[in-house]
Design a protein. Structure first.
Lengths: 114, 88
């Protein structure tokens, strides 16, 4: 029973990983790529690790399961933080937005501040 | 279940190749940095798969330290892109 639930969760996670990486290749802009890839791959890897933890609890590998849970929390905290820092760095290093973008609120905030 | 695990591993390998394509062809440095970050997150999933296949738990130690080092590397590269010093 726990094996089936774990493999279903791992399948969902792998699907999200593939979709995120397809978005990383197909989208036109560094900000679009960052948004698609970071959110999809963070969720996908978290669900893979949760499924691995479920399977490991079912097999009696408690050390592996607890390490997988800790790793899930760690990925969920650090990956959006890194993506936020990267988006800030890309905007400050002057990468232009895609020409189809309609709004740039970060630039407007910086202009109002100064 | 061995065939199912090989399908999962090949799917993650395909995702990694898409990331490598973006690292090779990315027009600006932030594109490459984003791809490196995503590739580091995918490797954690590989570590979980290896631990499930072999039944040994030290692969998850590798995954934990890989996530930590990938996060530190991403923060350092973001600081470098912002053109600020590291102790600020």
């Amino acid at each position: 029973m726990s094996e089936t639930i774990g493999y279903i969760m791992i399948s969902i996670g792998v699907l999200f990983d593939i979709l995120g990486c397809v978005g990383l290749v197909r989208l036109p802009d560094v900000y679009n790529r960052l948004q698609a890839a970071t959110k999809c791959v963070t969720l996908g890897t978290s669900v893979i690790l949760l499924g691995a933890a479920v399977i490991a609890f079912g097999r009696g590998l408690d050390a592996f399961a607890i390490k997988a849970l800790i790793c899930t929390i760690f990925v969920l905290i650090t990956s959006p933080t890194g993506a936020h820092a990267l988006a800030r760095g890309a905007h400050k290093s002057g990468v232009p937005l895609w020409e189809g973008s309609v709004i740039d609120e970060y630039k407007e905030t910086e202009e109002n501040k100064s | 279940m061995n065939g199912l695990m090989s399908i999962f591993i090949w799917a993650l390998a395909g995702s990694s190749f898409l990331c490598l394509y973006r690292i090779a062809m990315g027009p600006t440095p932030p594109d490459r940095t984003v791809s490196i970050d995503i590739l580091g997150t995918l490797v954690v999933g590989f570590c979980a798969f290896m631990s499930l296949i072999t039944g040994k738990d030290f692969y998850m130690n590798i995954g934990l330290s890989w996530a930590l080092l990938s996060f530190i590397g991403t923060i350092a590269l973001a600081k470098f892109l912002e053109r600020r010093s590291f102790d600020e």
